[in-house]
Design a protein around this ligand. Structure first.
Ligand SMILES: [Zn+2]
Ligand SMILES: [Zn+2]
Ligand SMILES: [Zn+2]
Ligand SMILES: [Zn+2]
Length: 408
């Protein structure tokens, strides 16, 4: 099924028995704003958008490589990632776990609710946090009832804020939104978060300061976020105090996931390569490095080697900061591809990086027009590009490994 170009992972689609490399399809067949490809074969009996697959070796595994940021409603209007109703036709909507799209929820004759994507149509119910709390918009398959009342992503949150305290509901909603957006992209680009033997189990705790302050951080798969970060005034004050170019909830999730993926993809796997690029995480110890950072501040001239001042603290923080930047890049390019601002292969690091530079300069100027912060505030120096390239190779390795486990 298809062929390998060098060792490169290429994307193919398989429609009516015809398989195409994506480079053919993108140039000639990609059109609709709805991300996908149309089959080029003139005798094709189908007229539908196709899901790409990832080809590794001489086989391919069924996996999406690009997410969608807008989705078509049955009325033709666009639904967005967090939509709960179509503003045009009023249909309730939600993210379908089967087709992985935001879809209108359609009532069937038997009284059940179905996914409104005509190619899908599974029976669904709202996630409990959608139904009763309005903090989620994901759907749950009826066939998984009653075992699963919460969606796959809500189940990852093990501690939620105290909802008796005014304002905490809104903070929780903002946290879950940011979490959903980041995890959606993470899954779509092939980074593994599902449980696997030997891998840390991913979970989230959203906590507020009590007798002791709650640090935002990661520990063996558990990501803790202080809910103060969901207060935009507090967060901006902290950003200015620390001299950061950005401080966002999605950024916190991306950074902490960097620590998670270090444990999952680097530890006991590619440690020596990591140490060559980021330094030895064993010396000084994390605790000594943290003390030194808070006493002496970041290394001088950090911009010649690091993505941020905080990255200078310890190789683990350098990795997490750079990983966060990598996910920023993938998300921005995925959106740019979706809206056809770019036509970038998200498996080719050099192409991605070049496109990101162009999009960054362009959107920075838009933002400056509007008095907003720069979208891409960094100047990328060679050591940072090397680190980003290493992270990209971890992602490609994870995709290849998932493929070999699937036995395809
Ligand atoms: Zn509609
Ligand atoms: Zn569906
Ligand atoms: Zn949910
Ligand atoms: Zn960190």
């Amino acid at each position: 099924m298809g062929k390998v170009v060098g060792s490169k992972v290429i994307v193919i689609v398989d429609c009516c028995g015809s398989v195409f490399a994506v480079s053919d399809i993108v140039r000639h067949e990609r059109r609709a704003r709805d991300w996908g490809y149309r089959c080029r074969k003139s005798s094709c009996p189908f007229d539908r958008l196709l899901r790409p697959s990832i080809l590794v070796g001489d086989e391919y595994s069924p996996m999406l490589i690009s997410s969608m940021k807008t989705f078509p409603c049955r009325c033709g209007n666009s639904l967005f990632f967090h939509s709960v109703t179509c503003v045009d036709c009023g249909f309730e909507s939600g993210m379908c776990p089967a087709c992985n799209r935001v879809v209108p929820m359609v009532s069937a004759e038997d009284g059940s609710t179905k996914c409104g994507n005509p190619d899908c149509g599974v029976s669904v119910v709202k996630c409990e946090n959608y139904h009763s709390q309005q903090i989620c918009n994901r759907l749950v398959l009826v066939e998984n009832q009653p075992d699963e009342t919460f969606c796959d992503l809500c189940r990852l949150t093990t501690v939620i804020p105290d909802l008796q305290i005014e304002g905490n509901q809104q903070k929780w909603q903002r946290l879950e939104r940011a979490k959903r957006r980041v995890l959606y992209t993470v899954k779509q680009v092939g980074l593994p978060i599902e449980e696997s033997p030997g891998a840390p189990v991913l979970s989230f705790e959203f906590k507020s300061d009590g007798d002791k302050p709650v640090p935002t951080g990661h520990d063996n798969g558990c990501i803790t976020i202080n809910i103060r970060e969901a207060d935009s005034v507090e967060r901006e004050r902290t950003r200015v105090d620390f001299g950061e170019p950005h401080r966002t909830l999605v950024g916190h999730f991306r950074h902490e996931l960097g620590h998670y993926f270090w444990d999952r993809l680097v530890k006991e796997n590619r440690e020596s390569e990591f140490r060559e690029i980021f330094g030895d995480e064993r010396s000084p110890t994390y605790e000594d490095a943290m003390d030194a950072y808070y006493q002496q501040g970041p290394k001088p001239n950090w911009k010649s080697e690091y993505i941020s001042a905080y990255a200078t603290m310890h190789p683990w923080e350098d990795f997490a900061e750079t990983f966060s930047e990598y996910l920023d890049m993938v998300s921005v390019l995925d959106t740019a591809n979706h809206f056809q601002l770019t036509n970038c292969d998200l498996h080719d690091f050099e192409e991605m990086f070049e496109s990101y530079r162009v999009v960054g300069v362009t959107v920075n100027e838009f933002n400056r027009d509007m008095g907003l912060l720069d979208l891409v505030p960094h100047v990328f120096v060679d050591p940072v590009i090397t680190k980003l390239r290493f992270i990209h190779s971890l992602r490609v390795g994870a995709i290849e490994q998932a493929h070999s486990f699937s036995g395809a």
